[in-house]
Design a protein around this ligand. Structure first.
Ligand code: FVT
Ligand code: MG
Length: 336
């Protein structure tokens, strides 16, 4: 489609920007509270709210503080929270066994939130990195290059993790591990337990990115990480490959797909939406958040305008929703 524009001076594009009313009428995209998913960090202990040093304005909370922490977001109408645990080092092992403990932090948090806020959607991360002492998303076995994150040996562990999380009340499973075939394996595993309503939001195109740094600080997995994740997360140079990853996950039964990180990968979101017309989400990851907040704290950017513009970019790129640490603040602004 080639837009027809009358030549100047008959055509004057500035007419449609003349006043706030006109600008509202012609706005092509809108951000709404309905688009927001809020990632929340949980830790062991009691009575503690602990700031994440590398993410100004973000806190980890103990389970007894979780309902009070989440209540304002629920009140603002945020439809979903994504839960991430800070697993204590003594609960970590090489196989990530704690991931499938039905009484792990995530499951206890999910039972509590389901009871307190029955309409709030819970998104559960499926990957082993918060639970392994080596910081990888799957289990390590001898393989190419010495040790290797073993795809097929990781799948049954991920399936068990998804099942315990679903049984604890998590309605949306979000596999972030990037193993091949995990969406199909998790779907079959859930269905075998009768968990046919559990949705899968696949981190289909997850890049091996520098922008996850502050998150690893928040969940305490950064120091432990041996090597890098380049043998399973995607190369930032690639875009066609993201389309193949997304196609595979949709074919295996993903209900929704995600692109991660967000802002440096807006082109991937647009391609994905145009090509697959599936519910598409962006994760505005910790490094993007902290980058904005660092500039905001120095007075170099305006908080509200910077936040809203960064979120609108995802809508314009074609995302249906955004996982963002700004969610409660954006929702408060949208509610006026
Ligand atoms: N599965 C979650 C992550 O890997 C990182 C998210 C972030 O950096 O915010
Ligand atoms: Mg894949």
């Amino acid at each position: 489609m080639i837009p027809i524009v009358a030549p100047f001076p008959i055509g004057r594009p500035r007419r449609n920007r003349l006043d706030a009313g006109t600008r509202r009428l012609v706005a092509e995209n809108r951000l709404s509270v309905d688009d927001l998913i809020w990632p929340v960090f949980i830790m062991e202990g009691t009575g503690t709210i602990s700031p994440v040093a590398s993410m100004p304005g973000v806190e980890r909370v103990t389970i007894d503080r979780l309902a009070a922490h989440v209540a304002p977001a629920v009140k603002l109408g945020i439809p979903a929270v994504a839960l991430f645990p800070m697993t204590p080092p003594e609960a970590k092992d090489a196989e990530g066994s704690e991931a499938s403990n039905p009484d792990n932090l995530i499951c206890r948090a999910a039972r509590l939130l389901t009871r307190e806020f029955p309409d709030l959607l819970l998104v559960g991360d499926v990957a082993l990195d918060p639970y392994t002492d080596h910081g990888h998303d799957g289990v390590l076995r001898p393989g190419p290059g010495g040790v290797y994150v073993d795809n097929d040996a990781s799948l049954p562990v991920l399936v068990r993790q998804a099942v315990v999380q679903a049984e604890a009340g998590i309605g949306i499973m979000a596999p972030s591990d990037m193993m091949d075939g995990r969406i199909g394996a998790i779907r079959r595993g859930l269905d075998a337990e009768g968990l046919i309503h559990t949705r899968i939001m696949s981190y289909a195109a997850k890049y091996a990115s520098a922008f996850y740094g502050p998150f690893r600080d928040a969940v305490g997995s950064g120091g432990a990480l041996r090597g890098d994740k380049k043998t399973y997360q995607m190369d930032p140079a690639n875009s066609d490959e993201a389309m193949r990853e997304i196609a595979a996950d949709l074919a295996e039964g993903a209900d929704m797909i995600m692109v991660k990180p967000g802002m440096p990968y807006l082109d991937i979101i647009r391609r994905a939406k145009d090509q697959f017309a599936a519910p598409t989400f962006a994760y505005q990851v910790s490094g993007e958040y902290s980058m904005l907040m660092a500039a905001i704290e120095r007075g170099w950017l305006d908080h509200d305008r910077g936040m809203m513009e960064s979120l609108m970019a995802f809508k314009r790129a074609g995302a249906d929703g955004v996982l963002t640490y700004f969610a409660p603040r954006a929702a408060a602004l949208l509610r006026g």
